[in-house]
Design a binder for this molecule. Structure first.
Ligand SMILES: NS(=O)(=O)c1ccc(C(=O)N2CCN(Cc3ccccc3)C2)cc1
Ligand SMILES: [Zn+2]
Length: 253
């Protein structure tokens, strides 16, 4: 009998899944790959469209009809277009991230979602292909207030309920990336339905710092629609999945 985690209403493990996400990154088991290139990121802040509470997280979505916001290099064969970014977080600061490092949870994790527009005609089709998506993961740790994040936090009360959207027309997500270029990379999956094994994960080694009020702003969002009994949007992370026959590579020694 498959274990079904109440939140995701999806099986905890995919039958026959061999590359599921998230995973624990055991630092000493990761393998330095000198052939990994630096990741090149170029985002156009005017491609930002809106913020949307989809009932799992809040997504900041981008106009992906052209190659104006892209990443290239790193472990990637092609350039990938930015589609959206979102976060996963906990009810308290002791957990919340999807990936862990040496079994340590961070209070939250940012995912910048990109798709292979060189090989596939749409995001929806790329979601179904082994090399369709590239997601940059950035850990959030408790510390100093993050000024770039604050513009996003200030807009969250407007998307408190599921299926609410607010226009958000200029934002450069590169302000949410740590300055350190170091990352781990491995072949994985979406961490929400349909859990397809289509993601090249690029997990930044260094976290960014955010303060308690900013994390609390995430926690005041709701899974529920206006008029329903309120359920706070917290603990929206998938449980860790088995590494199976995978190696995590590092871009650093
Ligand atoms: N946490 S994560 O980074 O792994 C992640 C989760 C969800 C998404 C996302 O935008 N969607 C997943 C598929 N869904 C729509 C869809 C498309 C085709 C078939 C079915 C459904 C949208 C992207 C990244
Ligand atoms: Zn995610």
């Amino acid at each position: 009998m498959q274990k079904v985690h109440p939140l995701w209403q999806s099986p905890l493990t995919i039958p026959g899944g061999t590359r599921q996400s998230p995973i624990n990154i055991q630092w000493r088991d990761s393998v330095y790959d000198p052939f990994l290139k630096p990741l090149k990121i170029s985002y156009d802040p005017t491609t930002c469209l809106h913020i949307w509470n989809n009932g799992y997280s809040f997504l900041v979505e981008f106009d992906d009809s052209t190659d104006r916001s892209i990443i290239v290099g790193g472990p990637l064969e092609n350039q990938y277009r930015l589609k959206q970014f979102h976060f996963h977080w906990g009810a308290i600061n002791d957990w919340g991230s999807e990936h862990t490092v040496d079994s340590k949870f961070y209070p939250a994790e940012l995912h910048l979602v990109h798709w292979n527009a060189v090989e596939y005609p749409s995001f929806e089709e790329a979601v179904m292909e082994g090399n369709g998506l590239a997601v940059i993961g950035v850990f959030l740790k408790l510390g100093a207030r993050h000024e770039g994040l604050q513009t996003l936090v200030d807009a969250l009360p407007a998307v408190k309920h599921k299926d609410t959207v607010i226009e958000f027309d200029v934002f450069d997500p590169s302000c949410l990336l740590p300055s350190c270029p170091d990352y781990w990379t491995y072949a994985g999956s979406l961490t929400t339905p349909p859990l397809t094994e289509s993601v090249t994960w690029i997990i930044k080694k260094k976290p960014i710092e955010v303060d308690e009020d900013q994390l609390e702003a995430f926690r005041m969002l709701l899974f529920t629609s206006d008029g329903e009994e309120e359920k706070r949007m917290v603990d929206n992370f998938r449980p860790l999945q088995p590494l199976m026959d995978r190696t995590v590579r590092s871009s650093f020694q």
